[in-house]
Design a protein around this ligand. Structure first.
Ligand SMILES: CC(C)(COP(=O)(O)OP(=O)(O)OC[C@H]1O[C@@H](n2cnc3c(N)ncnc32)[C@H](O)[C@@H]1OP(=O)(O)O)[C@@H](O)C(=O)NCCC(=O)NCCS
Length: 297
């Protein structure tokens, strides 16, 4: 039997996911991927129940991505797991087919997920797409006395002022359309460190997030704002976290990568995600794609 998760089953699902993904307290899957478990998200989740217990699961989070070619309706897939003793019986395959059906009913354009299990998903019609790069920040220059590189007036602060960060976020050309609810759900990812730069007039003009959950330790995975303020903020973050890395995409206008020494290569480069189009999309639609937000799930 395959059904959507009900609020009564949530706790069982969370415990199931922590087991399947090997999370140990105080870390947990439900915190790292909090938006998947919002009340409104539950109807598009799918649980396969065997003998009254969850044997396999997946979650679907619809998100509209604003691209140069117009909005694209993505279905972000998460919480794909099967109880260890039940693996190899085609359960995950069945759950993913149900998720695809749900995505079709919601008229989504494409499914997307982040995983290192490419082989498993390729069997189900997914293919690698998009690009990402991760840079070391060891050689990020500081501010000098030269007028153009003077440190901006202001200071770094822990946390995000939601309204300010929201409006800076909308300046990204490629991004997901985050609703009020989604921003609130993101705030429940308490495993993320968030910082912002407050300028001389008391206004927040740059932000970043790092250490998000188990997967993004030491990675500044989300950032935005005015270039010099962002530079100052990254330097402030590095003071207490010298191993931080910078996540970006070759197609992105990136004020921090532009400051790294010429010729510096990324410590990691590769595909961004796995996608499965549900309708015909323009050829090359995913060649250089990137967006802020979905990977903050
Ligand atoms: C990955 C996982 C969800 C697979 O669940 P499952 O119920 O055993 O998968 P299925 O039985 O439906 O397998 C479907 C197909 O994928 C194959 N497959 C399963 N796990 C695979 C893996 N790790 N790598 C490659 N192929 C895999 C199966 O052989 C099967 O192929 P077939 O259709 O040709 O026979 C399960 O191993 C799991 O929960 N792992 C831990 C959590 C995790 O890593 N989740 C995915 C993160 S994105």
């Amino acid at each position: 039997m395959i059904e959507a998760c009900t609020p009564e089953r949530l706790l069982e699902w969370w415990n199931f996911l922590d087991r399947a993904f090997g999370y140990e307290p105080p870390q947990s899957y439900r915190v790292d991927f909090a938006p998947l478990f919002e009340f409104e998200a539950l109807p598009s989740s799918r649980l396969l129940i065997v003998d009254g217990k969850i044997a396999s699961s997946a979650a679907l989070h619809p998100a509209t991505v604003l691209t140069a070619a117009g909005p694209v309706r993505f279905g972000v897939i998460g919480a794909v797991a099967t109880e260890e003793v039940q693996r190899g019986r085609g359960y995950s395959n069945r759950v993913l087919l149900e998720i695809e059906k749900a995505a079709g009913e919601l008229r989504l354009d494409v499914l997307i997920l982040w995983s290192d299990k490419a082989e498993f998903y390729e069997k189900m019609g997914f293919h690698a797409a998009g690009k990402q790069e991760i840079y070391s920040l060891d050689n990020l220059p500081g501010f000098t006395q030269g007028a153009r590189t003077l440190r901006p007036i202001g200071g770094a602060r822990e946390g995000w002022t939601l309204n300010a960060v929201r409006s800076l976020y909308t300046m990204h050309r490629l991004r997901s359309e985050r609703t009020d609810r989604y921003w609130n759900a993101l705030a429940k990812i308490t495993s993320c460190r968030r910082m912002e730069w407050v300028g001389k007039d008391g206004l927040v003009n740059a932000y970043l997030g790092f250490h998000r959950g188990r997967d993004m330790q030491n990675i500044i995975h989300e950032w935005g704002g005015e270039a010099r303020a962002l530079h100052a903020l990254v330097l402030a973050a590095l003071e207490n976290n010298p191993a931080l890395l910078w996540l970006t995409c070759p197609a992105l206008e990136d004020p921090i990568r532009a400051l790294l020494p010429r010729g510096e290569s990324p410590v990691l480069e590769g595909q961004l995600a796995l996608v499965k189009p549900l309708r015909t999309l323009p050829a090359g639609a995913f060649d250089s794609f990137w967006f802020w937000g979905l990977d903050s799930l």
